[in-house]
Write a protein that binds this ligand. Structure first.
Ligand code: PBG
Length: 338
């Protein structure tokens, strides 16, 4: 306890002027904190808006370089790539994930060439490639852990060989980080980093993302249930997140992630304090859409809501944030610095 009680102590003194507010600010958001998730689709000459995420487009490869140009210019350190695979390339085993010329690998090669200074993060899970929309392969109506690992390891090596710098397993299978680390090392990819979606919850907030990838429809038609509750975490749990993070770190994760973000800031705080490793938060599609929708109705101010939501992650202890607002936020932050 350091502060004098009122009336000697008046906390408002430090809030009175802009210059004191700036001097005593404890946290600051900057461009280096931002990771921009982007969606790629097959075809050419197309930018297809995601209906449930106003302002977010899926782009074809010929447009990718232009799509990322502003992010590169603004100094965003890394982008996360998500491929929207056409239905005819999906199957029950997610085979397309292993194709060295699939959409994400082609995108990675293109971006590595165009922007060698930007980090490329590749999502590892089978949901973009399976006709049932699950993150793994199904055996007897259940997502089979170890059979899925066998595919995820090959998917990881495939992406890393195409130029993905950071493998980000988002599947929540047990043991996947260790299996992926071993497979990368065996392929000589010892410097490929792993950012694990360590505490990933079974969340309603992924709804708009599944719309963007077309995996929602696949999931709904699923015999084994249309949700991912047998592998993603129960929103009721917090201690379990500590066990998941610890397991991933022991298996070789370089960085960990908590997802979704805003409803799980308590988890971000616990993880960053307890493990003292770079901890990231994913402000997921539903969080983005919620803010944008309220702004569209005139209920909130866009820029303030965006920056406040992002700063909250820093305050909770995150090293950085994956956000669909990344470019817009970077524009605003760079403008302020200039
Ligand atoms: C796939 C994956 C999902 C997201 C990132 N990777 C969706 C899911 O698990 O169903 C969600 C991202 C978002 O909502 O913005 N494994």
């Amino acid at each position: 306890m350091r502060a004098a009680p009122y009336p000697a102590g008046r906390p408002r003194r430090l809030r009175r002027d802009g210059w004191t507010r700036r001097l005593v600010a404890e946290h600051r958001l900057c461009v280096d904190d931002l990771i921009w998730p982007i969606f790629v689709i097959e075809g050419s000459g197309l930018s297809v808006p995601v209906a449930a995420m106003p302002g977010v487009d899926r782009v074809t490869l010929d447009r990718l370089e232009g799509h990322v140009a502003e992010a590169a210019r603004l100094g965003i350190p890394a982008v996360a790539l998500f491929p929207a695979t056409p239905a005819e390339k999906k199957d029950s085993e997610g085979t397309e994930a292993l194709n060295p010329d699939n959409l994400i690998c082609s995108a990675a090669r293109l971006l590595k060439r165009a922007y060698p200074g930007i980090g490329l993060i590749g999502d590892v899970a089978l949901d973009p490639y399976t006709e049932h929309g699950h993150d793994g392969v199904i055996r007897d109506g259940y997502v089979h852990n170890d059979d899925t690992l066998a595919v995820l390891t090959r998917q990881s090596v495939n992406q890393a060989q195409a130029g993905i710098d950071v493998i980000a397993p988002s599947d929540m299978m047990d043991g996947r980080v260790g299996a992926i680390r071993a497979a990368l090392d065996a392929a000589g990819l010892i410097d490929t980093r792993i950012m694990s979606y360590a505490a990933k919850y079974a969340s309603a907030f992924y709804g708009p993302f599944r719309d963007a990838l077309g995996s929602a429809k696949s999931l709904q038609s699923q015999q084994g249930g249309g949700d991912k509750t047998t592998y993603q975490m129960d929103p009721a749990n917090s201690d379990e997140a500590m066990r998941e993070v610890e397991a991933d770190l022991r298996e070789g994760a370089d960085m960990v992630m908590v997802k979704p973000g805003m409803p799980y800031l308590d988890i971000v705080r616990r993880v960053s304090e307890r493990f003292e490793v770079p901890t990231f938060a994913y402000q997921v599609s539903g969080e983005y859409s919620m803010i944008v929708a309220a702004v569209e109705r005139g209920w909130m101010e866009r820029e303030r809501a965006m920056l406040e939501s992002l700063l909250g992650f820093k305050r909770a202890g995150a090293a950085g944030v994956l956000s669909y607002f990344a470019v817009e936020a970077a524009r605003r932050l760079q403008g302020a610095a200039a």
